[in-house]
Design a protein around this ligand. Structure first.
Ligand code: SF4
Ligand code: SF4
Length: 442
């Protein structure tokens, strides 16, 4: 039975629907005591998981039950925020087993950081540099487990749910074919002219600015946020790294607010961004202080905390690369890792974060619509996951239907299969993509 489940999830190409995209069949093979569904959705403006949990509560419970039995876990916990009242009600009605329960959290950032979610839901502390399975937890997000439930019904991952919001006339949450372009997706929210704006793939805190709006949405796309070029968030994102470093070297007043609010510091990790900011002027890659940067999750809470407008997050991002280049190794996890006594008080309320980011005008509903979207063309990347790229299994001119496998995992490699997201003819197989266009006369 377990083998059939792994095979079905592998065949369906399920990966973590968000984040790096770790193949789910591998994750479900890890032994765990607890499976945690990360339903916090703490990035401002995104509205996917909260609506999916409400609408597809029974499917989520089915996916979670499958994950609990696959991992041999003793319990399954859906961790979500108290403000998702409707989702809480439908999930409570759907839960059909004494080993499944909800864990209700406050509305703070970063409630969805895996280390924070695991600690909230189970009380366990993931060690610095470790992953949840180090404390016998497997963490999956909401859509991943819905995809697991679909995989058990023989349905592969062909679409992704995402919120399209920001400077658009009609924010929406919608299910789109994988491979559709970012520009075409944003047009569905009523914004066709992208002159003078940028699109963030993901949330405003940890998402990445899209460099080419013809790029496709993938299995891990959870949000597209449109912001004017002049928005302070965009201006800050565009500050050159050299300037960020110079600011760190000259303007940091060592108030340590960044450290006091750092979620990883508060969970007992060896990271103190204010000390990194003090030491960065020397750029000595053998410095024990600079090596603390390896423990940074790049959540950006320190940017929120800094009254001087500095970015320890970007400094740490740069340091991680430089340290790795210099062959430096991260600090081992502290032998006695303790949660800070004020950890539960030092949380960033999401409403205040939205105001600080200058996003209050965009803090709008993004209602879930069940429209079927049929683009003329999709460009499906053969690598949307952690691991090896898929090997294409189709050739130009071939007719494919939604759900047909178009890329397979190479033998003995880590990866996830990819499937056609529309009916049509394969137009090209090149540069790591399979392109499918509408077939005339079909
Ligand atoms: S980005 Fe800042 S707050 Fe977040 S883990 Fe890194 S140093 Fe800490
Ligand atoms: S909050 Fe800003 S000014 Fe204060 S120590 Fe951190 S980086 Fe320096």
């Amino acid at each position: 039975m377990r083998d059939e489940l792994f095979a079905a999830v592998r065949r369906a190409g399920v990966i973590g629907a968000g984040g790096a995209g770790f193949p789910t069949h591998v994750k479900l093979g890890l032994p765990a005591k607890t499976v945690v569904v990360n339903g916090a959705e703490c990035e401002p403006l995104l509205r996917v998981d909260q609506q999916l949990m409400e609408l597809y509560a029974e499917r989520l419970v089915a996916g979670l039950s499958a994950a609990v039995s696959a991992t041999g876990a003793e319990e399954g916990i859906i961790a979500l925020k108290g403000k998702y009242a409707k989702a809480i009600a439908t999930l409570r009605a759907a839960i059909n087993s004494p080993v499944l329960r909800l864990h209700v959290m406050d509305d703070f950032y970063p409630a969805g950081d895996e280390h924070v979610t695991v600690n909230e839901a189970t009380g366990r502390l993931v060690p610095q540099g470790g992953i949840p399975v180090s404390v016998q937890c497997v963490v999956s997000n909401v859509e991943t487990l819905l995809n697991v439930a679909d995989a058990l019904d023989g349905k592969p991952v062909t679409h992704t749910w995402l919120t399209i919001t920001g400077d658009v006339p009609n924010p929406i949450t919608i299910r789109l074919p994988i491979g559709m372009s970012v520009a075409a997706a944003v047009a569905l929210a009523g914004r066709t002219d992208l002159t003078g704006v940028h699109v963030i793939d993901g949330g405003p805190m940890m998402g990445r600015v899209v460099d080419d709006v013809n790029r496709p949405v993938t299995k891990t796309t959870k949000g597209l946020i449109v912001l004017p070029d002049s928005h302070p968030l965009m201006q800050r994102r565009r500050l050159p790294l050299g300037k960020i470093i110079r600011q760190a070297q000259t303007a940091c007043m060592q108030c340590r607010f960044c450290t006091d609010l750092c979620p990883r510091y508060l969970l007992g990790h060896r990271i103190e961004p204010h000390r990194i900011m003090r030491s960065v002027r020397h750029m000595d890659m053998s410095s024990d202080v600079l090596k603390m940067a390896f423990a940074c999750s790049e959540c950006g809470a320190c940017e929120y905390a800094c009254i001087m407008g500095l970015s320890p997050r970007r400094v740490n991002g740069m340091l991680k690369q430089e340290l790795a280049r210099a062959g430096a190794k991260p600090h081992p996890a502290p032998e006695n890792q303790f949660r800070h006594q004020f950890q539960s008080e030092r949380r960033i309320p999401v409403k205040r974060l939205i105001a600080r980011l200058g996003l209050s005008a965009y803090d709008r509903k993004a209602p879930l619509v069940n429209d079927i979207v049929m683009p003329d063309r999709v460009r499906i990347p053969l690598k949307q996951h952690v691991g090896a790229p898929c090997t294409p299994t189709v050739a130009p001119g071939q007719y494919v239907r939604v759900g047909d496998e178009i890329g397979a995992v190479p033998d003995n490699a880590l990866g996830a299969a990819v499937h056609a997201s529309m009916n049509g003819t394969v137009a090209a197989v090149a540069d790591g993509y399979v392109e499918i266009g509408a077939a005339e006369g079909r």
